[in-house]
Design a binder for this molecule. Structure first.
Ligand code: HPA
Length: 274
């Protein structure tokens, strides 16, 4: 059986042979948050299905390709459609693209997501900079024998979201007069939305938002020595805070509306972090 490292390198070699782009910044797009792709220049899409060993995405609102190109003059790789644990992928599959990105030369990773607001000062449509996470998912992509070619056995998570990148994002938000929230993201397994009791628990523990992604990719990226910026779009208030029932359609609708602000914001700091 091939080692994970060899699988990753096969994907990397295939991608390098398919494109001349060599970005050092990458971005993972959350549900409904794809508008930034509209301003990409010289764009080249590589479908996941054409990359050896790459998982294929299934959830509505996700596309399933790597988009290479330039945004505001900066070479960037945008992952359109991510893999969620609740879809049945293993954590190793969920984090696989991050391992590939690292070997492609990516140094900084912007992770976006749609999430539910727990902090009652938040409103649907708000954008939140992740300052930290709490992991409630039942597994972790780094479980198993460690391969030192990737990173250390016991990776440090004292700064899962880079203070430097958070600083650049906040400065850009100020310039744009775009209000942004900050908070702690709790990663839940899904696919059920949380119960009201779970949200009360998360609130007590200090979480500001909850979602079903981002944490595995953040862990892998830190392990691999990448700097991470996390941005959540509050698409709804969490169960028990919001009185109406949740729906994925509504999540996508609010994310789509916030997507313009998100791409304006990213455009404003991309050069600063490049
Ligand atoms: N909970 C979990 N994931 C989510 C939510 C939520 O309320 N909204 C969008 N993604």
């Amino acid at each position: 059986m091939k080692e994970y490292y060899d699988l990753v390198m096969e994907s990397v070699d295939a991608i390098l042979s398919m494109t001349a782009h060599r970005p050092r910044i990458a971005m993972i797009l959350g549900s409904g948050l794809g508008k930034i792709v509209d301003v990409m220049e010289d764009m080249q899409e590589i479908s996941y299905a054409t990359i050896p060993n790459f998982p294929v995405s299934t959830v509505e609102g996700h596309k399933g390709c790597l988009a290479f190109g330039r945004v505001n003059g900066v070479e960037i790789l945008i992952m359109m459609g991510r893999f969620h644990y609740y879809e049945g992928y293993s954590m190793k599959e969920v984090a696989y693209p991050v391992f590939v990105m690292k070997q492609l030369g990516i140094e900084k990773l912007i992770i976006t997501n749609a999430c539910g607001g727990i902090n009652e000062s938040f409103e649907p449509g708000d954008l939140m900079l992740l300052t930290d996470y709490i992991n409630f998912m039942p597994s972790n992509p780094l479980i198993g024998a460690n391969d030192e070619r990737f990173g250390p056995r016991f990776p440090d998570m004292s700064e899962p979201y880079s203070m430097e990148l958070i600083g650049a994002a906040k400065a850009a938000a100020d310039r744009l007069k775009l209000s942004c929230q900050e908070g702690i993201y709790a990663g839940f397994m899904g696919p059920c939305f949380e119960t009201a009791a779970e949200i009360r628990m998360l609130h007590t523990m200090g979480a500001d938002a909850v979602g079903m992604s981002t944490v595995p990719e953040t862990m892998a990226a830190n392990y691999l020595g990448m700097k991470v910026l996390g941005i959540g779009c509050i698409t709804n208030m969490a169960t028990g805070i919001q009185k109406m029932k949740h729906s994925h359609e509504r999540v996508l609708m609010i994310a789509n509306q916030a997507s313009d602000n998100l791409s304006r914001w990213i455009l404003a700091f991309l050069k600063d972090i490049a």
